[in-house]
Design a protein around this ligand. Structure first.
Ligand code: GLN
Length: 307
């Protein structure tokens, strides 16, 4: 495994076309695109690292996996009244479908869906308490108390967040919101601004590769059924309008973020986190996807493989 990921890392570092870093969040535009990291964590707890695996990056939309997991814990199936379970086929920040479908987002991973999930998990708590709860949950999953929110990124998102504010106000106009829009947006921007490295992220995702149990702590995070369903949503919706392409090339449930990270799950085999800040045209990490494609090919981990 170490040889495989070291080869992938040197291959990725040698590539010229690394994609473009997200610039609509100014703080993310400052990130050096010439960085690459990959961490693979096995259910046994064994960790394989290659590249800059201790460098913190903004997990952005990968946080939506954690907020969905929390929401399922708090609300159970009632969360599906707020968001659907279908791929959108639209960009992550699209508004068009919301008008056709009465303000109910297609899935919890597009921005509108994650904003609705943030509203649902607030449940009458002030935003600070909700954020503390999300952060505590991520720390628990990663078994690492040092994980924190990057306030600079959160502020940068807030200052340039007109599109997300539009999505939120539009949904609120259908009467779906339980909390003031600005509080929900504050919660959403802050959970997107959690900073992690690939090793922490791969560890945090391990429960999804292991029937809902985090083997490094022994804690049952969710039931096996729920882990399976979260994986299904990651496969079908985790890369927005690039989800079909990701399933075709990589064949693993995965969730991307505009910070350039991807969390991928090989059920029963491994949790994998990659990071390369440059994005492709739909906002998914360009070299991160390529690295996962190579890893899936070398290991035979695609969920569609008969091996
Ligand atoms: N915080 C980002 C946004 O709202 C998340 C988008 C993403 O990572 N795809 O635009």
């Amino acid at each position: 495994m170490q040889d495989i990921i070291d080869e992938i890392t040197s291959d990725m570092l040698g590539r010229h076309d690394k994609g473009k870093v997200a610039s609509y969040i100014p703080q993310l535009a400052c990130v050096d695109p010439n960085q690459f990291a990959i961490s693979v964590v096995l259910p046994s707890g064994e960790v394989f690292n290659s590249g800059c695996t201790s460098t913190l990056f903004s997990i952005q939309s990968i946080s939506k996996v954690f907020t969905l997991t929390l929401a399922l814990g708090k609300l159970g199936n009632a969360i599906w009244k707020r968001v659907g379970r279908e791929p959108s086929g639209d960009p992550f920040n699209s508004i068009v479908q919301l008008e056709h479908e009465q303000g109910k987002p297609r899935n919890p991973f597009v921005n509108a869906g994650a904003i609705a999930v943030a509203d649902a998990i607030m449940q009458g708590h002030p935003p600070k308490e909700t954020l503390a709860e999300i952060l505590q949950f991520v720390r628990f999953l990663a078994n690492d108390e040092t994980i924190a929110i990057d306030e600079k990124v959160a502020r940068s998102e807030l200052e340039t967040g007109s599109r997300n504010a539009s999505l939120a106000h539009f949904m609120a106009s259908f009467g779906h919101f339980e909390h003031p829009v600005d509080q929900v947006l504050g919660t959403y921007f802050h959970h997107c601004s959690i900073a992690m490295n690939t090793q922490q992220l791969a560890t945090a995702g391990l429960f999804l590769a292991n029937n809902g149990i985090n083997p490094s702590t022994g804690f049952a995070v969710v039931s096996a059924m729920r882990a399976k369903r979260i994986n299904a949503l990651m496969l079908t919706c985790g890369h927005y309008d690039g989800s079909g392409e990701f399933a075709f090339r990589v064949g693993l449930p995965g969730k991307s973020g505009v910070g350039g990270g991807i969390l991928a799950v090989a059920p029963g085999k491994a949790s994998i986190a990659v990071w390369s800040p440059g994005l492709d045209s739909v906002g998914n990490s360009k070299l991160g996807s390529l690295a996962l494609e190579k890893l899936a090919h070398r290991t035979g981990w695609s969920i569609f493989s008969a091996d």
